[in-house]
Design a protein around this ligand. Sequence first.
Ligand code: NAD
Length: 419
Amino acid sequence: MYKRAHEVSVFGEAIAYFNEAAEILDLDAGTRAILTHPSRQIVVAIPFQRDSGELEVYTGYRVQYNFMRGPAKGGIRFHPGVTLDEVTALAFWMTWKCAVVDLPFGGGKGGVTCDPTTLSAGELERITRRYAAELVEVIGPDKDVPAPDLGTNPQIMAWFMDTYSMHVRQNTPGIVTGKPVELGGSRGRIEATGRGVALCAIDQLREMGRDVASSRIIIQGFGNVGSVTAKMFAEHGARVIGISDVSGGYYNPAGIDVARAIRYCEEHRSLEGYRDGERISNQQLLEQPCDVLVPAALEDQITLENAGRIKAALIVEGANGPTRPEADRILEDRGIIVVPDIIANAGGVIVSYFEWCQDRAGFFWKESEVNERLADQLLGNFRQVRELARRRGLPLRTAAYVVAIDRVVRALRMRGIYA
Ligand code: NAD
């Protein structure tokens, strides 16, 4: 049985940030009640046949949290820890992530409780197709647009798109984002999240009057987000002094050769055995002195226990939820600036939006155009958040929630309540 790190309601915890921002916005009780209730929660049974011929049933979820600014948008997670509570919290977060970077989407999320590492390609395909078929009536390019998340990938999106297209009897690439480029995916999507993390970090360093080229960077997690972030920093001349993955931390104050580490990881599927630098634990890595710390692996990494020992000037959250709320307060008291996940890792959903636009127009952009628009959309909104934070004396995270909630509330007030 899969056990999560702390047995509390993830959705209950997520609401704490909302409540803080709702106070600042002086939201009335009715509006708060509307925004703390998911619009729709769907639970489906997914019967499927194992390669052995045995029949099994998994449970799938889709939560469409809010539609005020547009169709629901959010990933599909295949993981043993998926629960309705977790999916609801993630859909709630997607609502604010889409709003804070000003995308015409609401928030959604989905998942199937399963362990994809134990499933064959054929089993994964059958699960994906049945899950998509169960949702056909409630999803669509103008209703709800899924994407990959933990345990899912472009191939799974291709099966999902094909199943939906077969049911509605027309090719519908805009039903999901994160597809292979050959099937209507966007150029630049794979790198978008890491690119966005680095763009936010560089913009914030400049705001703090620090020279990017002489900055020391530590990155936890060397997967999609962490490795692209490291590459972008190296391209700007910054010194990446620490990286890590599930095999542990690698620390070299003289600077790690990022291109070599990426090649090593591609060849060996992890950093295990990598020799450029001292081998330290993931915990030790987080506590080394640096200018920028990028947690880009898992949630709950900066906690009450270690927040007092973090020696970074700036934390840029590549992962979702890497900082516990109690740790946030300690970091704030210590003057450590945190660029929150809902902005820092929004590059992926921004380029997902571009993919949806390109699919609907049937016209595909050059990678340079995608990257240029990504920088405009992300940094334009980040600077608005920073300006509000400065004016009202708020941490960036609170300011981000205030901007996002205010945008959703405006849409709600203009549309009104139907019936
Ligand atoms: P990934 O699977 O490609 O990489 C995860 C990395 O974390 C791997 O290098 C893995 O070895 C490492 N890792 C796992 N356990 C670790 C541990 N205990 N200590 C240190 N490293 C560990 O995943 P990803 O797509 O890079 O996503 C990373 C984070 O970013 C996740 O929190 C994800 O939700 C978030 N995120 C990703 C995207 C995206 O577009 N990929 C978008 C938004 C948010």
